[in-house]
Design a protein around this ligand. Structure first.
Ligand SMILES: [Zn+2]
Length: 292
């Protein structure tokens, strides 16, 4: 019975991903005809072949990076932050690269490519998991150790904070939030000998109180999800675009364009309609899973 339900959920989730892809395809065609500026920050997790939903395989990653090098300027988070604060301009097509959690495979499968082409990137480290293992979508993965982090930090990879234990910050006390934010910043700074200016909210969960705590802890900016970036955005809620294994190559290209903003608006209303019609049903669960 349970496996029948799971099969149904899987079929519905696959259908919804197909609908998403078709919708994105249509919006991408329109977006390509416009000349809007496209500035975004990409969010990767693991780069490998481990089966997790949030993992991008190395061949796919290389294809995406080759495309970015040819069509976009790859910039640092500092340049993104200056753009958000309207202190500098960026080319029409600009993108920054970030990796959350600190998986060892970033060092093996992403760093050599970044180093070869001198591309800036930022890895947001979960300090309590350094040198240990962490579960990503049910898959246990080895994490970076401090030697690997230090080596990358001395070669154009910025290191940001992603807390100590990766909690959902809105669910813990202010005291514990401060320990997670300040403690992780301090520990990374001690090891790499550089300032840690940027923070990424675990699971992109945050509220006004958490934003203020991050701000008062000496960070210059913080990152969540999801969408493109423009001058005047809040530097402590900078959007990112998540890349996972469900993002095929043309969808990757589409998500860098203004089609992302249009899709978000359509999805919002589509989600409201689906939820109103089908509250509590397996279709809602499948829809939520497909949207991850
Ligand atoms: Zn994370």
């Amino acid at each position: 019975m349970l496996s029948n339900r799971r099969t149904s959920e899987k079929i519905i989730a696959d259908c919804l991903i197909l609908i998403r892809n078709l919708l994105y395809g249509a919006l991408y065609l329109i977006a390509k005809a416009t000349s809007r500026q496209e500035v975004s920050v990409l969010l990767y997790h693991s780069i490998g072949s481990n089966g997790s939903f949030y993992t991008v395989n190395p061949e796919q990653f290389k294809m995406q990076m080759d495309y970015l090098r040819k069509n976009y300027r790859i910039v640092s988070l500092e340049e993104i932050m200056n753009f958000v604060e309207a202190k500098n301009k960026l080319p029409m097509k600009s993108v920054a690269l970030t990796f959350d959690d600190g998986y060892y495979d970033n060092y093996i499968n992403a760093y050599p490519y970044l180093r070869k082409y001198g591309l800036p990137a930022t890895i947001f480290i979960t300090v309590g998991y350094v040198g240990k293992q962490m579960c990503l979508d049910g898959v246990l993965l080895r994490m970076l150790n401090w030697n690997e982090i230090k080596l990358m930090s001395s070669n154009k990879v910025d290191i940001g904070s992603h807390t100590i234990t990766h909690p959902e910050l809105h669910k813990i006390s202010s005291e514990d939030v401060i320990k997670e934010i300040v403690g992780s910043k301090r520990e990374i700074e001690e090891v790499i000998g550089k300032n840690v200016d940027y923070f990424a909210y675990p699971s992109s969960r945050f509220n006004k109180k958490i934003i203020n705590l991050v701000k008062s802890s000496g960070f210059r900016g913080a990152f969540g999800e999801s969408g493109l970036i423009k001058p005047g955005d809040n530097p402590f809620c900078v959007k990112r675009i998540s890349v996972d294994k469900s993002i095929n190559f043309w969808l990757f290209k589409a998500r860098l364009t203004v089609a992302t903003e249009w899709y978000k608006a359509v999805e919002k209303y589509l989600g409201i309609i689906l939820k109103k019609l089908l509250v509590g049903s397996l279709i809602v669960r499948a829809y939520n899973n497909a949207g991850k």
